[in-house]
Design a protein around this ligand. Structure first.
Ligand code: FAD
Length: 283
């Protein structure tokens, strides 16, 4: 189908974009890569009267790597994949980004669009929760930061106010032990279930662990209990099974065209165990 008619705006600064968002309220919508929004508009499930294109805002692009890693909202998923500094500092990002859709989608799909959309099937939200990332939001009343772990409220409902622009994600450089494991039906598909795991180790023991899951509840899930089940252990079979059992207590999958609930729980358990094993090997 063809989208409903809209007026097109192309601001060249964050301030101009926020002005347009304030002016048009719920009749306006920002578009980043358009790979989630444009299909919705074609299906007439979204019909903004004003489309505010972020492609002309240079300040929203770029990756800074230091003690804190900062990724501008308009950085594409492909740009993350070719950034060498990021590959050294936070390889889990590349492992996850490589599993998003296909190169065509990744060439346009942005980090900001992926995390702002609030789709529980997107891969970056759970990853950002695993990393304990913070999202920078700029609105008419100024700038604020929200933790990724507090951002997702319901499917497509987030802590972002309507007139706020998500400008960047930032997080501390993660520990070496990492894995993003994704089970999908075919290349280009969203996850049946995916697991993000970060493990810090000292003297053969886990000293820090973070676990988050994609597409096994109506929001991405950070399982504090699963991480805690690993801490202090040498990541043996008992510890892994304890973490998987804890994760099962935090997820709430529903039956859909990717399978019944029992199957999804089984897949979630298998991929989490695999992700923990790989992260531990690298820790
Ligand atoms: P857009 O579509 O432009 O925007 C999405 C939403 O976020 C809109 O509501 C928009 O208003 C809002 N938004 C965008 N940027 C901002 C901002 N800076 N501040 C505030 N609001 C903003 N994703 C995955 O993670 N894993 C997959 O496996 C996957 N498979 C896909 C397969 C296909 C065939 C397609 C078409 C998409 C797939 N995607 C997948 C989604 C893809 O990664 C999208 O690019 C992404 O979800 C949205 O990014 P975008 O830049 O295209 O955002």
């Amino acid at each position: 189908m063809i989208p409903a008619q809209f007026e097109y705006h192309r601001p060249d600064s964050v301030a101009a974009a926020v002005d347009l968002m304030r002016e048009h309220g719920d009749e306006g919508r920002v578009v980043a890569g358009g790979h989630s929004l444009i299909p919705m508009m074609k299906l007439r499930m979204a019909a903004p009267e004003h489309l505010i294109d972020l492609q002309g805002i240079a300040d929203l692009k770029g990756i800074e790597v230091g003690e804190t890693i900062r990724i501008g909202a308009m950085t594409t998923q492909s740009e993350m994949l070719i950034h060498t500094g990021l590959a050294d500092a936070a390889p889990i990002l590349l492992e996850a980004a490589r599993q998003i859709a296909d190169p065509q989608v990744r060439n346009l799909g942005t980090v900001g669009g992926n995390v702002a959309n609030g789709d529980p099937g997107n891969d970056l939200p759970a990853l950002m929760m695993c990393l304990d990332a913070r999202f920078t939001l700029v609105g008419p009343d100024g700038t604020r930061e929200v933790a990724a772990r507090d951002f997702y409220e319901a499917p497509y409902v987030t802590a972002r106010e309507e007139e706020e622009l998500l400008t960047a994600v930032s997080f501390a450089a993660p520990p070496r032990g990492h894995a993003y494991e994704k089970q999908k039906r075919k290349i280009g598909d969203y996850a049946t279930a995916a697991a993000a795991v970060l493990i810090g180790a000292e003297d053969g023991r886990v000293v820090s662990a973070s676990v988050a899951m994609t597409n096994v509840a109506d929001v991405p899930v950070h399982s504090t209990a699963a991480g805690e089940a690993l801490i202090g252990t040498a990541c043996g079979e008992d510890a892994v099974q304890a973490a998987v059992a804890a994760m099962q207590g935090d997820i709430d999958p529903v039956e859909d065209n990717r399978g019944p609930v029992e199957f999804k729980r089984h897949v979630a358990g298998v991929i989490l165990a695999r992700a923990i094993a790989r992260a531990w090997d690298r820790a």
